[in-house]
Write a protein that binds this ligand. Structure first.
Ligand SMILES: Cc1cc2nc3c(=O)[nH]c(=O)nc-3n(C[C@H](O)[C@H](O)[C@H](O)COP(=O)(O)OP(=O)(O)OC[C@H]3O[C@@H](n4cnc5c(N)ncnc54)[C@H](O)[C@@H]3O)c2cc1C
Ligand code: SF4
Length: 509
C-alpha cells in the first residue's frame, strides 16, 4: 500500500504531542526526518550544538519507532533539507506532505520551494499564534514586551488572583538585579547532568570526526536529549535554583557558568519540553510557598513574555530583519570571538565558557559579548551569525531578535526602547571579572583604560544626535555634556585606534 501522508519532523520539532500527529495513522502515514550538512554549516556551528540536535533527533526517532511508527531517517546523505525532501518525495511518492510550521523563515522557504503543496499545521508548542501576535501588534505605534506579557498572563490565567496580578504588581524586575558580594555565590547546587548514553556517544564521536574544524568542545556535553530528561532537568531547576533565580539573574562570576539559571532553553527550543508545563510548575512552587513571587514571576516572564514576544517579532519582520543595520555598523567581528584569546577578562571568561559548554547566560550574552560588539560597531549580521553558531539553544527565531533587536539595536528600536549600553563599571558591579583584569573599568583613556569604558563614551559621541531624541537615554547623554571637548577628542582617537588594532588582527575563524 502506498504512503498517504509524509509527516516531516524537523530537528527542532521533537514533540510527540504536536499537531502533526493529531489525525495521523501509523498504518498509512510515514514519518520523515533528515540530518543534513547545511544545518551544521550554514553558520559555523559549535560542535555541542550540532551534537545536541542530532542526538535528540535520533532519540526521538527511536521513541517514534517504539510507538509503532515507520520512520524514514536520513543520516547525512544530503547537503540540504530541500534536496533531502525532494529525494524522499520521489522515492516514497506520498499522497501529501505535512509539516508543523517551521520555526525559521529560511527553512520554511526552502521546503516550500521543493514542495509548493506542503500542508503546514500550527505549532501548538507556542502560547501565542502568529495571528494572535499580529492582532496584538495591529494599530500600536510601538510594541513593548511588558504589555504583551500582561495580555499573555490574562489569556493563560498565569499568576493571577481574581483577575489581578499576584502580589498587586505585574513585574518584579526591580528585585531581580542583585550582584554577589566579594565572597561570591558560595556553594552552588550543581545542575542535573545527563551523561551521554550509547546513542549520544555515537553522535559525539561522529561530530568530532566530521566537524573537527568547528568551534567548541564536546567533553562537557551533558544536555538533556529526551523529553524525559528535559522534565528531570526542569524538576531539578525548580527544586534547587528557582528560589534564587530572580535575585541573581543578572549576576556573573568567574568559572560559574550556570549560577541559578535553568539551562532549559535548548530543551524548550527542540520542543522536548512544553513552555506551558514549565510555567504551570513554576507557579505551583509559588502557590505552595516553596518559591518567592519575585523569583517565580521573573522566571515566568522570560518564557511567557520574552520567548513568545521575540517569536512574534521575528515573523513580523522577516526576512528584512536579518539585514537590519540602523546604526550603520561595519566593523568585522573580532577574531577572539572564536578563540577567547583576549586580555579583557570578562570577554575571555564569557567566550571561553561559551566554547567549553555551548552556554552563557543572558547577561553574559547581552552585557558582555553583545555589548562589546555594539560599542565596537560590529556589523550586526556577523554578530547574528556568531550567536546562531555558538549556543546549544540557538535557533534563529529566538536568536535573531535578541541579537539584532535587543543586543545590537540594529532594528532602530523595534524591540528595545533604547540601546543597552554601559561602561565597564556595569560589568564591575555585576561580576568579579574586573578584579582579575589588567584594565581599569573607571578609566576611558590611557594604557590601562577599560576598552568597554572607552568605547562606551565613544558610542555616546558617535550616536549623540539619535540618542538625544530618546527620552530613556537622557541621563546618559547629559553626562556626555560634562566631558570637556579635549577629552572627547582624546577618547574618539583612542577608540578609533582600538578599532583598527582589533580589525588588523582579522576576523578569520
Ligand atoms: C544576543 C542574545 C542571543 C540570544 N540567543 C538565544 C538563542 O539562540 N536561543 C534562546 O533560547 N535564547 C537566546 N537568548 C535569550 C537568553 O539569553 C537565553 O534563552 C538564556 O540565556 C538561556 O539560558 P537558560 O535556559 O539557562 O535561561 P534562563 O535564564 O534560566 O531563563 C529561562 C528561560 O526563559 C527563556 N528566555 C530567557 N530570556 C529570553 C529572551 N531574551 N528571549 C527568549 N527567551 C528567553 C528561555 O527559554 C530560557 O530557557 C539570547 C539572548 C541574547 C542577548
Ligand atoms: S576592566 Fe573592562 S575589560 Fe576588564 S573585565 Fe572589567 S569590563 Fe571587562
Amino acid at each position: 500500500m502506498g504512503i498517504r501522508r509524509l509527516l516531516v519532523v524537523l530537528g527542532d520539532q521533537l514533540d510527540a504531542a504536536s499537531a502533526l500527529f493529531a489525525d495521523a495513522d501509523p498504518r498509512r502515514d510515514c514519518i520523515w526526518m533528515a540530518e543534513v550538512e547545511e544545518e551544521a554549516t550554514h553558520v559555523w556551528s559549535h560542535k555541542a550544538r550540532i551534537a545536541l540536535f542530532l542526538s535528540a533527533m535520533r532519540h526521538f526517532r527511536e521513541d517514534l519507532r517504539g510507538r509503532g511508527w515507520r520512520v524514514e531517517y536520513s543520516e547525512g546523505e544530503f547537503a540540504s533539507l530541500a534536496a533531502a525532501l525532494q529525494g524522499a518525495m520521489e522515492r516514497l511518492r506520498p499522497e501529501s506532505v505535512h509539516v508543523v510550521e517551521p520555526g525559521d523563515w529560511r527553512v520554511r522557504e526552502s521546503l516550500l520551494a521543493v514542495c509548493p503543496d506542503l500542508r503546514i499545521v500550527e505549532d501548538r508548542h507556542f502560547l501565542c499564534t502568529r495571528a494572535e501576535f499580529e492582532r496584538h501588534a495591529r494599530g500600536r505605534k510601538q510594541l513593548r514586551m511588558e504589555y504583551f506579557y500582561r495580555e499573555m498572563r490574562v489569556r493563560h490565567g498565569v499568576l493571577l488572583d481574581d483577575g489581578e496580578p499576584c502580589g498587586g504588581s505585574w513585574n518584579y524586575d526591580a528585585e531581580n538585579r542583585e550582584a554577589f558580594d566579594a565572597r561570591g555565590p558560595g556553594l552552588l547546587p550543581a545542575p542535573e547532568s545527563f551523561a551521554p548514553d550509547a546513542l549520544t556517544q555515537e553522535v559525539l564521536d561522529m561530530v568530532s570526526r566530521r566537524f573537527a574544524g568547528h568551534p567548541g568542545r564536546l567533553d562537557r556535553f551533558d544536555w538533556p536529549v529526551t523529553a524525559e530528561q528535559a522534565r528531570e532537568a526542569l524538576r531539578d531547576f525548580l527544586d534547587q535554583r528557582l528560589e534564587r533565580f530572580g535575585a541573581y539573574q543578572d549576576a556573573m562570576w568567574t568559572a560559574e557558568p550556570y549560577l541559578y539559571h535553568s539551562r532549559l532553553a535548548a530543551a524548550l527550543n527542540l520542543k522536548l519540553l512544553s513552555p506551558l508545563e514549565v510555567i504551570r510548575e513554576a507557579e505551583v512552587r509559588y502557590r505552595e510557598g516553596r518559591a518567592g513571587l519575585a523569583a517565580v514571576e521573573g522566571f515566568i516572564r522570560q518564557i511567557l513574555g520574552w520567548r513568545e514576544y521575540v517569536r512574534g517579532l521575528y515573523w513580523m519582520h522577516m526576512p528584512r530583519y536579518v539585514s537590519a543595520n540602523a546604526l550603520d555598523a561595519h566593523q568585522p567581528l573580532p577574531r577572539f570571538y572564536w578563540t577567547g584569546e583576549t586580555e579583557m577578562r570578562c570577554l575571555k571568561e564569557t567566550i571561553g565558557q561559551t566554547l567549553e559548554y555551548g552556554y552563557a547566560h543572558h547577561i553574559q550574552r547581552l552585557m558582555v559579548t553583545g555589548l562589546f560588539a555594539l560599542l565596537l560597531g560590529v556589523e550586526p549580521r556577523q554578530v547574528h551569525e556568531w550567536y546562531l553558531a555558538v549556543y546549544v539553544d540557538a535557533v534563529e527565531w529566538v536568536e535573531l531578535p535578541n541579537t539584532i533587536g535587543m543586543s545590537q539595536f540594529a532594528d532602530g528600536g523595534v524591540m528595545a526602547s533604547k540601546p543597552y549600553v554601559a561602561s565597564g563599571k556595569y560589568i564591575q558591579r555585576m561580576s568579579n571579572y574586573c578584579a582579575g583584569c589588567k584594565y581599569k573599568p573607571d578609566e576611558a583613556v590611557g594604557e590601562s583604560a577599560c576598552p568597554f569604558t572607552r568605547l562606551y563614551w565613544d558610542f555616546l559621541m558617535r550616536h549623540e544626535e539619535m540618542l538625544r531624541k530618546n527620552p530613556r537615554m537622557g541621563m546618559q547623554v547629559r553626562n556626555l555634556d560634562r566631558v570637556p571637548a579635549a577629552r572627547k577628542a582624546e577618547i574618539g582617537q583612542q577608540a578609533e585606534a582600538l578599532r583598527e588594532a582589533i580589525a588588523s588582527r582579522g576576523n578569520t575563524r
